[in-house]
Every structure is written in C-alpha cells, then in structure tokens.
Design a protein around this ligand. Structure first.
Ligand code: 5RP
Length: 218
C-alpha cells in the first residue's frame, strides 16, 4: 500500500470537528480515514455514507449512519479519488460508488479530497472513466461512448449499490472536464459519469510515501 494513503487519511481525521454530521466517501483511503477517525475517539452527531461498504465500516466503529434525506445539507465531505488535476477536477468511481459520492459531494459545503501523490495528473483520463448505467441501456450507452472516442469496457462486478452497472471508458484525454461531464451525463441511460468538474473538490490533501501531507485549496 502507498504510505501516503495512511498519512493523508490521518491528516484528514484531524480536520473533523466533533458533534457534526460528516459526509464520508468510499475506497481504501477513506477506509483508513474512518479508522483514523475512530482512533481519535471523536464523537460525531453522525455520518452520511456514500456506499454500503463505508456505512458498514462506520457502524462497526460505532458511528451513527444517517440518511441524507433527514440531515439536510452537510458542512464537510471527505472522499478519495482515482485521478485529480490542477483544477481539482476528479475521476472517481474505481470502487463503483460514484453516484452516491456525487450526491453527497453536491449536498456538502466543503469537499476535501484525500489522495496519495500517484493520483495527481496533468490530464484526466489515463484512469478509465467509470460511467454508471441503467442495465438495459448498457449497449446503447457504450455505442455513444465509442462515438466520443473512448473504448467502453463492461465492468464484471456485482451491481452497484443502486442496482446498476458500470462501463469503464478507456482512452479519453479529458481537457475540458466540465463539457465532457455534461456530454456524458446527457446520454440517455447514463445515471452518473465519474467526472467531478461541475462540483470539484474545494481542498486537496496529498500524501507522500515519506509521510508528508500537502494541502491546497481552490
Ligand atoms: C470509489 C472512489 C474512490 O474514492 C476511488 O476509487 C479511490 O479509491 P482508493 O482510495 O481505494 O484509491 O471513487 O468509487
């Protein structure tokens, strides 16, 4: 495991205020973050999780998991990413939780993205772009993605938490992330594209192998 993941997870845990409702993302970095949060013995009013897996881990550590419909807007969301560029636009969804991640990010005032430095790129797209689709639209969406210049690969994985499927789109070089996000979102049958440009991160924490963590804000 990249040591920067643990460093950044621990640094993020220090930023969480007690007695708040926290938005919590998904993935291996976030799992370390949840563990670091529990190790701090911090008392939260509750957490809104972006996946069933994160909800389970939060509950195992004694945190109350709340329904976003009952909490209203959140002050803070903390989540990882598969790629991040200088504008803090992200590719997310390697773990398949992109739709709920986008919802919680949208509902949050401040979004801190936590990554190890291997995730920083100049141009998004080396990591295959995940697109969550309604199952019956899978082939149609795949053909539309081909027209946009990428090669969609069906992810052989259990359905997402929302009962849908994922196409991993290989070969995009994403210069204008906002336009690409809107274009793919407008294909009928797409639930969510894992590009976060309309709602980018507000703050980026980057962890390095030597344990250093750098923070920057938009
Ligand atoms: C899950 C995600 C994750 O944030 C992303 O895949 C990064 O995961 P990891 O922290 O395991 O590298 O978007 O859908």
């Amino acid at each position: 495991m990249h040591k920067g993941k643990l460093a950044v997870a621990q640094a993020a845990a220090e930023l969480v205020q007690p007695d708040t409702i926290l938005g919590v993302g998904s993935g291996s970095t976030v799992n370390l973050f949840i563990e670091a949060l529990a190790a701090r013995n911090i008392k939260l009013e509750g957490a809104v999780a972006s996946s069933e897996a994160s909800a389970k881990l939060l509950q195992q550590h004694g945190f109350d998991v709340l329904d976003l419909n009952m909490t209203g807007g959140l002050d803070l969301y903390i989540d990882g990413a598969d790629e991040v560029n200088k504008e803090m636009h992200l590719i997310k969804g390697g773990g398949g939780a992109l739709t709920r991640e986008k919802i919680v990010a949208a509902a949050s005032k401040h979004f801190i993205c936590i990554v190890d430095n291997s995730k920083q790129v100049d141009v998004l797209g080396e990591f295959p772009l995940p697109v969550e689709v309604i199952p019956m639209a899978r082939s149609y969406v795949a053909r539309e993605i081909v027209k946009l210049g990428a090669d969609p690969e069906f992810r052989e994985a259990p359905r997402t938490d929302n009962g849908n499927q994922i196409l991993d789109c290989v070969g995009f070089k994403i210069i204008d992330a906002l336009t690409m996000e809107n274009t793919i979102n407008n294909i009928v049958g797409v639930v969510t594209v894992g590009l976060f440009a309309a709602r980018p991160a507000d703050q980026l924490l980057v962890g390095y192998e030597d344990g250093r963590v750098e923070s920057s804000s938009r």
